[in-house]
Design a protein around this ligand. Structure first.
Ligand code: NGQ
Ligand code: ZN
Length: 445
């Protein structure tokens, strides 16, 4: 049993002062507000719930910062970046994956994410043959989650085709490929692989409309039951054009017309949508997964978040390629993309909530829905808490604004009641970083 006392905390019904959390066996046993500190309490400043990171490809952390040189005279785009990424994919062993993912997961915790949706498609051996245990690579990710303490929503990916119309996969994709039958075994093996983690969730991820045929998509949805379904949807103009050429419809339009898309679904990178698609998505309650840092890095485009939120749309954020892992920066860039496009300020702020508060509440609630698990500062809930640095003036929403727009700094993080980050640093950071550097040196040279 431990007791943490905070000057302020963002509880489900709003900011409260002088808040005491009693934590036992990883959960909040009681939460008192407006109470004085007692002997033995640990004193802290501003508490907010941990945020879900709804979209990550952990292995891509390996190439962070190493895709910034031109690959040809024409310059680079998403597709040339993907070729570079495919070249690394072949080299990563299960042990390497644990090391790389542990680095990424530690940095996620350090930035205030307490759960990750790992969109996992590195299933097969480098030559495309299955591992003896189809859950081998899923187990490697589970080990990284265990080492770091982050909550895991594993999203095993189905990937079978190189483009719309069921094109055969190419050589760079061979570690990803299964058919529906082998995928169902892989999915069951993934459930086993995470079973020792206390609160892991396993969903299903059809990679994209490019990589999955309509029949395969229908089979995957049947397999999903009431688990989360995630897919990449409309990230690149070429993807929209290819979908139009194949079906006569745009990706979001096509999907909403044929499948029962609702709040169980997370559409990642709904970047290129018309107003009608935007409105329809909001109406269905599907979560739109936005990854502003990666979307900027890959030159994707800007999602019309202001319109979508005005329609009541639900969004969350993800660190996707993990080129930089920083929750505050994802939220800041989400707003700044809108400001730069619309030439206005405080675009996503509401009349009664500051810009930072709208961004934070949105990412928390959309992310929790998308990952079927999120942090709630309530009695009986898992104790996933983030402490922000104190500010000079009365806090409330201003603490969120200051964090997101000014400092970006997280002080302490508790995950399932355990303090995993102290003074901005994960407890195993040094050891994890040393292992990561050794792997990076070997794989990148
Ligand atoms: C991915 N990443 O699956 O890692 C993709 C690239 C693709 C992003 N879309 C591969 N950001 O979409 O074909
Ligand atoms: Zn992705």
């Amino acid at each position: 049993m431990r007791t943490l006392w905070f000057e302020q905390a963002l509880l489900p019904d709003g900011w409260r002062s002088s808040v005491r959390f009693h934590i036992d066996a990883g959960r909040f046993v009681t939460i008192e507000t407006g109470v004085a500190m007692a002997a033995g309490d640990e004193r802290h400043h501003v508490a907010v719930p941990g945020t879900p990171n709804l979209h990550s490809h952990a292995f891509q952390r390996l190439m962070a910062g190493f895709a910034e040189v031109r690959s040809g005279p024409a310059g680079d785009d998403f597709w040339s970046w993907r070729e570079l990424m495919y070249r690394l994919v072949g080299a990563i062993s299960p042990d390497d994956l644990t090391v790389i993912a542990a680095m990424a997961f530690a940095e996620m915790l350090e930035s205030g994410f307490t759960r990750v949706g790992e969109f996992h498609y590195l299933h097969q051996q480098p030559d495309g043959q299955p591992y003896d245990d189809p859950g081998e690579m899923a187990a490697a990710l589970a080990a990284a989650a265990e080492q770091t303490g982050i909550g895991l929503t594993l999203l095993p990916v189905f990937y079978a085709h190189a483009g719309f119309g069921g094109l055969p996969p190419n050589a760079g994709q061979r570690r990803f490929v299964t058919d529906i039958d082998s995928f169902s075994h892989l999915h069951a093996a993934s459930v086993r692989a995470v079973s020792s983690l206390p609160d892991a969730v396993v969903g299903i991820a059809p990679h994209s409309l490019r990589a999955v045929t309509p029949d395969e998509l229908a089979a995957l949805i049947a397999m999903a039951g009431d688990r989360p379904i995630h897919l990449h949807i409309a990230e690149q103009i070429k993807e929209v054009d290819d979908c139009l050429a194949w079906s006569g419809q745009r990706p979001v339009e096509w999907l909403l017309d044929r499948f029962p898309v609702d709040q169980r679904w997370c559409l990642v990178h709904a970047t290129h949508v018309t107003q009608a698609e935007c409105r329809a998505l909001a109406k269905r309650g599907a979560v739109v997964g936005l990854c502003p840092i990666t979307e900027a890095n890959l030159g994707d485009g800007v999602f019309p978040a202001a319109d979508f939120i005005a329609e009541g749309g639900v969004f969350g954020v993800g660190s996707d390629s993990n080129v930089r892992i920083d929750l505050a920066e994802e939220l800041r860039l989400l707003e700044y993309g809108q400001r730069l496009t619309l030439r206005q300020r405080t675009v996503l702020a509401a009349p009664d909530r500051s810009n930072g508060r709208v961004l934070f509440d949105g990412a928390l609630s959309g992310g929790s829905t998308a990952l079927a698990g999120g942090a709630v500062l309530g009695t009986g809930q898992q104790a996933d808490l983030v402490e922000l640095a104190p500010i000079a003036i009365d806090a409330g929403d201003r603490a969120l604004d200051h964090w997101i727009f000014a400092t970006g700094r997280v002080e302490n993080v508790w995950r399932a009641g355990a303090k995993v980050v102290t003074g901005g640093r994960h407890y195993a950071h040094a050891a994890i970083a040393a292992r990561f550097e050794a792997v990076a040196r070997r794989l990148l040279s």
